[in-house]
Write a protein that binds this ligand. Structure first.
Ligand SMILES: NC(=O)c1ccc[n+]([C@@H]2O[C@H](COP(=O)([O-])OP(=O)(O)OC[C@H]3O[C@@H](n4cnc5c(N)ncnc54)[C@H](OP(=O)(O)O)[C@@H]3O)[C@@H](O)[C@H]2O)c1
Length: 244
């Protein structure tokens, strides 16, 4: 797709308040997209919208709240005429040994990572179908490989991969579906881990992470910029030193 055709396309990004979501918003805006920034931390998305200026809209929305997503879709329709791209990026990685003590974390990850993406997609689907859209689902290496202590997180990402493959077949050729599967990326993702020993171990790994949110955002923007007769269905990317 030429740079001209990107101009004015509208991308909705969930989890745009930090990390990969915020970097993707910056990258797509720089490529000529109008961007709707969805997240719960309103101060962060408002600051990002102010930084980006024209063509950026902050919309507070929790992806576990369908009514909030419906209100967000109405706002995007009013302000921008509807969404062309949905980046399902909002997610949380609450790692730890499998135990009853972590049961709230399990529900949270399924509700945010998996059901949140599914709900955002069904809510925005009519807008995406109108004129040729794109869905980018942020999965993970954990959508391919499950390790000790990552079972439910991996289940949500394996779930994203399975659901995306069905969606890809169902929505072509009008809506392209892409799955992005990053390895370790330097973001605040591990800071939310509730199991203290696991959080400390993960933080040590993330403190030396070399792949940045901007690296991943660049890949997402490249994927979306391909001509519409070409679909990049899946991209698996790891830091050069990551084995698992
Ligand atoms: N960093 C990595 O190593 C890595 C690797 C593979 C995949 N990923 C995936 O990449 C995605 C982004 O993560 P990140 O690394 O950029 O971490 P991050 O900086 O912690 O970003 C997570 C984003 O999700 C949002 N979020 C969380 N719960 C939400 C909810 N209920 N409703 C709406 N938004 C919610 C957060 O915004 P608010 O808190 O403001 O709502 C935040 O913007 C996730 O799906 C993650 O699983 C990350």
């Amino acid at each position: 797709m030429s740079q001209d055709k990107q101009q004015g396309r509208v991308a909705v990004i969930t989890g745009a308040s930090s990390g990969i979501g915020a970097a993707t918003a910056r990258s797509l805006h720089a490529a000529g997209y109008r961007v709707a920034l969805l997240a719960r931390r309103t101060d962060r998305i408002k600051a990002l919208a102010d930084e980006l200026g024209e063509g950026a809209l902050a919309v507070s929305a929790d992806v576990t709240d369908r009514d909030a997503l419906v209100a967000a879709a109405e706002r995007v329709a009013q302000e921008f005429g509807g969404a062309d791209v949905l980046v399902n990026n909002a997610g949380t990685m609450l790692l730890g040994p499998f135990s009853a003590e972590q049961r709230d974390d399990y529900r949270r990850m399924i509700e945010v990572n998996l059901l949140g993406a599914i709900t955002a997609t069904e809510v925005f689907l009519d807008q995406l179908k109108d004129g040729g859209g794109d869905i980018v689902n942020i999965s993970s290496v954990a959508g391919r490989v499950a390790n000790v202590g990552s079972g439910v997180y991996a289940a949500t990402k394996f779930g994203i991969n399975g659901w995306s493959e069905s969606l890809r077949k169902e929505l072509l050729p009008d809506v392209r579906v892409t799955v992005i599967e990053p390895g370790v990326v330097a973001t605040e993702l591990p800071t939310h881990i509730t199991h203290e020993a696991t959080r400390q171990g993960a933080q040590q790994l993330y403190d030396v992470a070399e792949v940045t949110a901007e690296d991943v955002a660049e890949v997402i923007t490249f994927t979306l910029q391909r001509p519409r007769h070409l679909v990049i269905n899946e991209i698996l990317l790891r830091p050069a030193g990551q084995v698992q």
